[in-house]
Design a protein around this ligand. Sequence first.
Ligand code: AMP
Ligand code: MG
Length: 359
Amino acid sequence: MPTILGIESTAHTFGIGVVKNLKVLSNIKRTYTTEQGGIIPSDAAEFHRQNKNEIYFEALDGSGVEEKEIDAIAFSQGPGLAPCLLEGMKFAKELSKRLGKPLVPVNHCIAHLEIGKTTKAKNPVMLYVSGANTQIIAYESGKYRIFGETLDIGVGNFIDTIARFMGLGFPGGPKIEELAKNGKYVELPYSVKGMDITLSGIQTNIKQKINNVSPPQFPATNPKLLTKKHRGLSLSKSKKSRADKRVNYNLNDLAYSLQETVFAMLVETAERALAHTGKKELLLGGGVACNKRLQEMCRIMCKERGAKLFVLDNSLLVDNGGFIGYLGEIMFKKGIRMKISDVDILPRQRTDDVDVNWK
Ligand code: AMP
Ligand code: MG
């Protein structure tokens, strides 16, 4: 029954979990936040550097495990922001050297899926919706394969950007969820491309609506009208009132419509992956999966097609050291371990690049 320390540092969160016998004994994390703009990777790395020791001792204290009982140190090897990953790896190497214990490099996305097994899901399709990542992953023919993903931004980052634009601060997800409770639907673009989704066009559309800029009133195919308008020439009364029309959107409606539209896109692609693989279990992973409306929409879809939905506790959905330690233990028990000199970070590691030699 090994005791594994798991270190997470792929982006905004530095977390350490202590795992023994596939039980997360303690799971401590702190998250770097900004009021404006996104993550500045070097600042996030500095945040990790300043917090790592306290988090480590808090995690050890909380677990009741002594340092000398640790058998291996698992850490997030990728994907993620290089400066942040480096901080986690440096800390893992320091501990490895000091305690004389091996390292277990873990893929962050796969760890999100593996921790789902604690819900009793056996072989699920995972809808992984976090800050930077949006992927539909399942294990097929010896690998974790990506059945669909965002072609541009991760859904959490998308929501956070909109929330910052609305002046709501970070993290935006819970605030958007709250606003959405009192909203009604306004039309937004819906963008599913086969098994994939795109979010940047929807983001621009919502930003325009927040700025109270109504979408173009005239189709681009009506050049006569556009030319007149742009030259400031007088239009007939009815055309003029349409041209000047400004819709007043309210934030509740935009938050509601954002959720309904983007979550429907996620549910559609997740359902297609279930149909394609023939699997009967859907697992949610990543911070956005804390959203109750997304959970509800997934539950309805699963019920309609005779599948089962599995949702972890919020503390295991968001980035944390616990799930890194959890997959670390599985890998360690299969003999996977590395020496300090052989290990490096893999910021662009793809889920389907990983050799799954622990199954
Ligand atoms: P992660 O990268 O997995 O730690 O997840 C962080 C992301 O989850 C951030 O983008 C948050 O805004 C988002 N998030 C957290 N709670 C919610 C929620 N209730 N609804 C939507 N997004 C959320
Ligand atoms: Mg994550």
